[in-house]
Design a protein around this ligand. Sequence first.
Ligand code: KG4
Ligand code: ZN
Length: 391
Amino acid sequence: MLVLGIESSCDETGAAIVKDGRYLLSNVVASQIEIHNRYGGVVPEVASRQQLASIIPVIETALEQAECGWEDLDAVGATYGPGLAGSLLVGLTVGKTLALAYNLPFLGVNHLEAHIYANWLRQPDDPNWQPGEDSGEFQVGDPDFPLLCLVVSGAHSELVLVRSHGHYELLGHTKDDAAGEAFDKVARVLGLEYPGGPSIQKAAQQAEAELQRTGKPRALINSTYRLPRAWLRGTYDFSFSGLKTAVLHLAEGATAGQRPSTPGAKTQISKYTSMGLSTQKSGLNVPLLAASFQEAVVDVLAVKTRMAAQEHHVKQVLMAGGVAANLALRTRLEQELRPLHIRLSYPPITFCTDNAAMIASAAFFHLLHGERHALNLDVQPGLSLPFKQKV
Ligand code: KG4
Ligand code: ZN
């Protein structure tokens, strides 16, 4: 079954053609990073207007690259939530319209579920590339149920037990900021580029390389700037706002006296923006602080994921969402799980961040069960995973 997937939940416009929920025929993403970088974050109205400008050319390119025409497609899937309403509306409306015009089944896709399904995707160089085979619910190379998934994106941080296709149980979630959100806000405080995750990772790598070059101990990462970890013991929940505030206070201390005090109350966001500009000139060691922050996030995510995997006796752990692209997190989780013989899988970096291939994959597994959406489906900006129960 060939599915056209469409993704437009935030600042990326994506279209992809995927066969049987796994085999990638094309994947096109138009990113707005350069536009939003000017503002240090996503501006919703700018994002939705840009979606409008990009969506048709992106879909046409995806069809072209997959060398397929409308008559070859079996269905259309598009994200209907969660995300920014204006951005979601563009992809959902175009997806439904194309389904109507070409008389194809339509499926609205949950963006978070799609991040999990990125783990089913494979490219032509994958040893499990067998697109000719008759492929139903299970094929060699698919993740094994029951599995644990660490979903870490810009707006969500969740530990989810997945018993089978569509059966999700929430083990824990963030009480405040999502991991990606913390990366983005801390990057802004430190004057690093948007999106914060890759910038902080790069700065942390610079710090590590510098320590190595000068023969200093790696332990300096945690002893120079002592940052807190919210363990929230007895739960699989997370909290990153205290950590974010600790970095803010360090940066504030370092820049005190350097910038004129602003009269009146300031919002958190304007505080971050002004801080980001000034820390560059402060005595703060930005790469070392970035490394220290990254390690604090990774510590909590990796240890809690390992504990949940042990308690629920899963054989496999999946990573999903933009923060799953983080190399330090991947390495640390691998170290936690290997001694327990628990397999760790994560999508290639391009499928961790927002893309439409994962949308097509998730759509396929729903279509396989005969699911369809009516064409009056509306966007749901606050959509969550369809949890069966909270354990
Ligand atoms: O999944 P995603 O692309 O969009 C959402 O659905 O939110 O996630 C975006 C988030 C951003 O917060 C970004 O800073 C973070 O993923 N991210 C990373 C890395 N690459 C992207 N965080 C840490 N390390 C990375 N290498
Ligand atoms: Zn996402």
